[in-house]
Design a protein around this ligand. Structure first.
Ligand SMILES: Nc1ncnc2c1ncn2[C@@H]1O[C@H](COP(=O)(O)OP(=O)(O)O)[C@@H](O)[C@H]1O
Ligand SMILES: [Mg+2]
Length: 227
C-alpha cells in the first residue's frame, strides 16, 4: 500500500521556482493498475520519481508498505528501490551491449542469487513477456515493442511489489503500445503487482482500473473503473 500525503515538490532554477507538485494526496492499494494522466508539465514524472525514491520531496510524506520512504537517506532509498520497486521507462533504458537475457539476469546477479536460479527465473520471465527464442539478441536487433518487453521482464524478474512506468508506450505505435498495456495488465493480475503508469494517451488510460488526473501539480480527478 502506498500513502501519499500532501506532497510538494518545488524546482528552483536561478531566481524562479516551479511548483511541480502543490499538495498531492493519494492512497493506493496493493494490486491496483493505476494510470496517472495529465498534460505535459502537470507533474506526472515528478510524482513517479518521488514514489520511486529517485527524488526527494519538499513537503508532505510518502509511506510505502508502512515504511516512511520520504524520510530515508540516499543509501536507504537505493536499498529500498532494489528490493521493492521495478521501473519501466519511455525510452526502455536497456544496456545496449548486453543481450535480452543479460539485461534481465544482471538484476538477479546484483542480488547475489546462484547461477541456476538466475537462469531459471530469467528464462521464465522472458517467456512470459513473449521473448522466447530471442534471449541472445541485443536491443538494437529487436523492435521497440520487443525492447519494452525486455524492460518489463527486467522490472518484474525480482518480484517487486510495485512497478512504476513513466509513459511506457510514448515511443510506440498504438497497436504495439496496446500489446504492452495488455502484457502489463496480465502481469498485474498474475502476480498482484501494483502498477502505476503515467500517460497522456486515452487508449492507455482505458486499461487502468483507476485514473488519477493531474493538472498543474494538483489532482483534479480520481475515478475508479471496473476492469
Ligand atoms: N529538473 C527540473 N528542473 C526544473 N523544473 C522542472 C524539472 N523537472 C520538471 N520541472 C518542471 O516541473 C513541472 C512538472 O514536470 P514533470 O513532472 O516533468 O511533468 P510531466 O511528467 O507531467 O510532463 C513542469 O513545469 C516542469 O517544467
Ligand atoms: Mg513526464
Amino acid at each position: 500500500m502506498i500513502q501519499i500525503q500532501n506532497v510538494e515538490r518545488n524546482y528552483k532554477t536561478g531566481e524562479s521556482v516551479v511548483k511541480a507538485l502543490r499538495g498531492v494526496s493519494l492512497s493506493i492499494d496493493n494490486g491496483e493498475f493505476l494510470s496517472i494522466a495529465g498534460p505535459s508539465g502537470s507533474g506526472k514524472t515528478t510524482l513517479l520519481n518521488l514514489i520511486g525514491c529517485i527524488d526527494a520531496l519538499d513537503g508532505g510524506d510518502i509511506v510505502i508498505n508502512n515504511i516512511p520512504v520520504s524520510k530515508m537517506n540516499k543509501n536507504e532509498k537505493t536499498e529500498f528501490r532494489r528490493n521493492n520497486l521495478g521501473f519501466i521507462f519511455q525510452t526502455y533504458n536497456l544496456i545496449p551491449v548486453l543481450s535480452a537475457y543479460e539485461n534481465v539476469s544482471f538484476v538477479l546477479s546484483i542480488m547475489g542469487l546462484d547461477d541456476k536460479e538466475i537462469h531459471e527465473r530469467t528464462m521464465k520471465i522472458l517467456k512470459e513477456v513473449g521473448l522466447e527464442g530471442m534471449e541472445n539478441r541485443r536491443p538494437d536487433k529487436l523492435s521497440g515493442g520487443q525492447q519494452q518487453r525486455i524492460a518489463i521482464a527486467r522490472a518484474l524478474v525480482k518480484g517487486p511489489s510495485i512497478v512504476l512506468a513513466d509513459e511506457p508506450t510514448a515511443n510506440l505505435d498504438s497497436k504495439t503500445g496496446e500489446g504492452i498495456l495488455k502484457l502489463m495488465k496480465e502481469m498485474n493480475k498474475k502476480y498482484n503487482t501494483t502498477f502505476l503508469f503515467s500517460t497522456h494517451d486515452p487508449m492507455v488510460m482505458d486499461y487502468a482500473n483507476r485514473l488519477v488526473s493531474l493538472h498543474d501539480g494538483l489532482i483534479i480527478s480520481d475515478e475508479r473503473r471496473d476492469k
